[in-house]
Design a binder for this molecule. Structure first.
Ligand code: KG4
Ligand code: ZN
Length: 342
């Protein structure tokens, strides 16, 4: 099938790498629809994502989510120019559900399909409903439940890793801390809402930057929260504990970013991934960028947490370049940043 390079493609994005089943349709950078069915409620009782249950829930949600995305965009299948599907990294069984759906639609309606790296989706989420181009090069902080990476984006498709966590991800630290404090899953939002109730904390938690030049480390934070919870028992002040945890994560992220901005000459910093929905982090990094006179790019919260609009945006660029995947496109649970280059 021919792809019209000059008119914006209408691309269907499909995302099922973890615990969100999502479908979206974009046209250029305009998001025509974005539907997300979250499984958070189901996984809450276990305190985290149960892979087998996630796969099963994706199977149940995928068709209604796809139909809703089409309906919200007021389109029919034959009006879709391309399909973009997350094929790596993520939970194997979960990825396979989105991939099978993408292949079935591509085959039935003869629509070109392309595989998207989940993290390239997050990086390109800043394009959602954006009219102006994104400054290049820029630094991008990906902070989610599974990732904490600082990436130099020279251009779309040209990425290099500047820093990463050596153990837990920032979102994972918030989720585990929240769980220890008896708050719900996913914990990041709960931490934010409890922290909001106070403006300081009597507790001090370690900042996860063991050596200013090395990577982040958030696993010590989990141990520190565990000790705090054990020591304080029922006397613990939960809002203040949440405040201390949020502050420790924000401070660690901010310090590393500030340092990287000294060594990389960039016109902008972007903040993406689920933790980018955090108001304290958005505020801290916006301040950092304004002090340095560079742009701060952050998607609206619904495009920070997992969604399919970001996958459609990343896939649209690849489809425009003539990239096509065959029906042998495979899911891969692990995929380094370098796999996104090209
Ligand atoms: O990007 P995402 O939806 O999924 C992954 O790819 O991991 O990120 C989920 C993470 C979870 O750790 C969740 O607690 C965190 O994003 N999160 C937040 C907020 N909303 C979601 N963390 C802090 N503040 C929030 N408002
Ligand atoms: Zn994600």
């Amino acid at each position: 099938m021919e792809i019209a390079v000059n008119s914006p493609l209408r691309v269907l994005g499909i995302e099922s790498s973890c615990d969100e089943t999502a479908a979206a349709i974009v046209e250029g950078c305009q998001v025509r629809s974005s539907v997300v069915a979250t499984q958070a409620e189901m996984h809450r009782q276990w305190g985290g994502v149960v892979p087998e249950m996630a796969s099963r829930a994706h199977v149940e949600s995928i068709l209604p989510v796809l139909e809703q995305a089409l309906k919200d965009a007021n389109l029919e299948w034959r009006e879709i120019d391309g399909i973009a599907v997350t094929h790596q990294p993520g939970l194997m069984g979960a990825l396979a559900v989105g991939l099978s759906a993408a292949k079935a639609i591509a085959w039935k309606y003869q629509i070109p399909m392309v595989g998207v790296h989940h993290l390239e989706g997050h990086l390109m989420s800043v394009l959602a409903d954006r009219a102006e181009p994104v400054p290049m090069p820029h630094l991008a902080l990906i902070a989610s439940g599974g990732h904490t990476e600082l990436v130099l984006v020279r251009d779309w498709g040209d990425y290099s890793l500047v820093a990463q966590t050596i153990d837990d991800a920032a979102g994972e630290a918030l989720d585990k801390g929240a769980r220890l404090m008896g708050l719900g899953y996913p914990g990041g939002y709960q931490i934010q809402e409890h922290a909001k109730q106070v403006s300081s904390s009597r507790y001090k938690l370690p900042i996860g930057v063991p050596d200013e030049d090395a990577a982040w480390s958030f696993s010590g934070l989990k141990t520190a929260v565990l000790r705090l919870v054990e020591k304080e028992g029922s006397a613990i002040n939960v809002p203040e504990a949440a405040f201390a945890l949020q502050e420790a994560v924000v401070e660690a992220l901010q310090r590393k970013v500030a340092r990287a901005l000294e060594t990389h000459s960039v016109g902008a910093l972007s903040l993406v991934g689920g933790v980018a929905a955090n108001v304290a982090l958005r505020t801290a990094l916006a301040r950092l960028c304004s002090a340095r006179g560079i742009d701060f790019l952050v998607p609206e919260p619904r495009f920070c947490t997992d969604n399919a609009a970001m996958i459609a945006l990343a896939g649209a660029r690849r489809l425009n370049l003539g990239e096509h995947a065959g029906f042998d496109l495979d899911a891969a649970p692990n995929a380094p940043i370098q796999d996104m280059n090209g």
